[in-house]
Design a protein around this ligand. Structure first.
Ligand code: FE2
Length: 297
């Protein structure tokens, strides 16, 4: 499997991963042959790249999390955001079952994570991103020997770490120009907004809500909102800080291209002990299949 930039994509290539649009609907299915019509459509949609089949694909171990579970989570997040933005009742119930499935699948399937960063359209960022962060975090939790209950609490916190973003107007989130000081302040309030939203829901535990509150805190105290240091940051939030950064770096943004996985790993390694808990960085490196990545790039 190889990640090919949209400019280099050619008719005849075979897609190695399904391409999803907003709300998790399928745009082009895995195994489909790229045609000039498909290519034109993908360009129009602004897709940055696609995964293409190569000869050594048979050796790749499958992703530990099923496509169905990922899509159920993406759909539940999309539904939740619509509820928040329309001012209606907010319910976290629809993600409960797929979250349990996610934990079960990761506990059962010991495969490492590789190439699990889906390629998404820009505006699909939050849903796919949150799902990836939950997958990485739970995988790290398994290595920490967390029991099922703790894994479920971590999964909830990781999936909803950015839920506060749903309260920020879309004009600000999709703004291409530099943000004003006021807009930046609003965005940086998302951990506290998210915490408050999660605390209002009886199904969400306090520790899960703390992931939203503390995922931008940094190990050396340089983070926000409170600038707390080291172990004062909840372990779940120290896990999610690494997972969130990695998945953000490897995601295409409006204002910059995605980093490759090796580039993102180097950057995270360089921030061990400053931004991130060294133990969590080491744990993170174990869940990513470094050998396989080295041979892919
Ligand atoms: Fe965030």
């Amino acid at each position: 499997m190889e990640k090919v930039r949209i400019e280099e994509l050619k008719p005849g290539m075979i897609l190695a991963k399904t391409i999803y649009g907003i709300d998790g609907r399928v745009l082009v299915r895995e195994q489909a042959q790229i045609t000039s019509i498909i290519l034109e459509k993908l360009r129009e949609l602004g897709l940055p790249a696609a995964y293409i089949k190569t000869d050594d694909d048979e050796q790749i171990k499958p992703d530990p999390v099923s496509e169905t579970t990922r899509m159920d989570l993406i759909r539940s997040l999309s539904k939740l955001e619509a509820q928040v933005r329309s001012g209606g009742n907010v319910s976290f119930a629809s993600s409960k079952r797929p979250l349990y499935d996610l934990v079960d699948e990761i506990v059962t399937n010991k495969n490492n994570l590789i190439g699990m960063t889906d390629i998404r359209l820009h505006d699909d960022y939050t849903f796919g991103h949150s799902t990836n962060v939950a997958v990485i975090a739970v995988k790290m939790g398994v290595l920490l020997d967390y029991n099922q209950l703790k894994l479920a609490e971590l999964a909830v916190g990781a999936l909803y770490h950015d839920i506060g973003m749903t309260k920020i107007p879309l004009e600000i989130l999709n703004k291409k120009d530099e943000l004003t000081a006021g807009e930046l302040k609003l965005i940086q309030a998302h951990p506290e907004t998210g915490y408050t939203m999660l605390r209002q829901n009886q199904d969400v535990s306090t520790v899960s809500a703390h992931v939203a509150l503390q995922h931008h805190e940094r190990f050396n105290g340089s983070g926000y909102p409170r600038g707390i240091v080291g172990d004062a940051i909840h372990e779940f939030a120290r896990i999610v800080a690494v997972a969130d950064t990695f998945d953000s770096l490897t995601t295409e943004k409006i204002y910059r291209h995605a980093k490759t996985i090796p580039e993102a790993l180097l950057l995270i390694e360089s921030k061990k002990g400053t931004d991130f808990d060294p133990a969590m960085v080491e744990l993170f490196m174990k869940v990513i299949d470094i050998d396989k990545i080295a041979s892919t790039y």
